[in-house]
Design a binder for this molecule. Structure first.
Ligand code: URA
Length: 275
């Protein structure tokens, strides 16, 4: 498969730690950024696509937390009882957003400033699924607006995509876990119907599951990402490609190249599905 890259995209790839050599061994020249609109063809290796349907279960998601997690926020004595909102599976987009905004199905509602429903194109090719809002996202009500989000934006730009074009970005959890602790299984179980309905309504052509919690939730698998990446999985009929979370990539720079390979795999699946 070949990709057409302009100078900006090549700069993005360099930011991701990917060096592009074609037709001669000339590294990306950052000084050309935004000035030259030349395009070059590069060869991108995409492994043969193997679609493996994941075992789906209608039961609530049970996720093994590998790090210690804080206890659930205790209910205030005057707080309304926790209950899963009924009818999520039949809601249309606006009602779904409203249901998320008013959700009190788990203790995370107590500490949130904003719910984070998602952002992007409502007719996307790509659905990108992250873990949960952090502090910045909780403040702004939009996913991936911090440092990890900048890296994600750069990864998307390298594919001529953006968070507003052909892409929708959502998280497994719509509310911030306090102190950015890991999501708890019962929080994921309460929130997962929202994500499931988002997938049904958005009908993306490919899902990119970023990080352990997105992967575990969508694929119902506790396998490490390293063992799941590099092939195509399935979530209710939608192909899923697994990759590392951008926050992890910020701490593990050599794995950026693997994330780029994952994006290329997803791009290859997408191209295959639209021909
Ligand atoms: N990490 C996530 O998984 N999602 C966000 O929205 C921000 C950081």
């Amino acid at each position: 498969m070949s990709l057409q890259l302009d100078a900006r995209q090549r700069a993005m790839l360099q930011e991701m730690g990917i060096r592009v050599f074609w037709p001669e061994a000339t590294p990306v020249d950052l000084s050309m950024q935004g000035q030259v609109e030349e395009t070059e063809a590069i060869a991108v290796e995409v492994a043969p696509v193997e679609v493996r349907p994941a075992a789906r279960s209608p039961e609530p998601v049970a996720v093994r937390a590998e790090r210690p997690v804080a206890l659930p926020t205790p209910l205030r004595p005057d707080a309304p009882p926790r209950q899963r909102m009924p009818g999520i599976e039949a809601m249309q987009w606006e009602a779904l957003g409203e249901a998320v905004a008013t959700c009190r199905a788990c203790g995370l509602c107590e500490g949130r400033h904003n719910t984070v429903f998602g952002v992007g194109d409502l007719h996307p090719d790509w659905l990108i699924v992250g873990e949960a809002p952090g502090e910045n996202e909780d403040r702004e009500g939009e996913p991936f607006v911090g440092q990890a989000g900048k890296l994600l934006d750069n990864m998307l730009a390298a594919l001529s995509l953006s968070r507003h074009q052909r892409v929708y970005i959502a998280n497994v959890l719509k509310c911030r876990p306090p102190g950015n602790r890991n999501p708890e299984p019962q929080e994921i179980a309460q929130c997962e119907p929202f994500l499931r309905r988002q997938v049904e309504l958005l009908q993306p052509k490919i899902i990119l599951a970023m990080g352990r919690f997105a992967v575990q939730t969508l694929l119902q698998s506790n396998e490490p990402i390293g063992r799941l990446r590099g092939r195509v999985h399935d979530y209710n009929g939608v192909p899923v490609v697994v990759t590392y979370h951008p926050a992890y990539l910020l701490r593990n720079l050599p794995d950026k190249a693997k994330a780029w390979a994952d994006l290329c795999l997803a791009q290859g699946v997408l191209r295959g599905s639209s021909t």
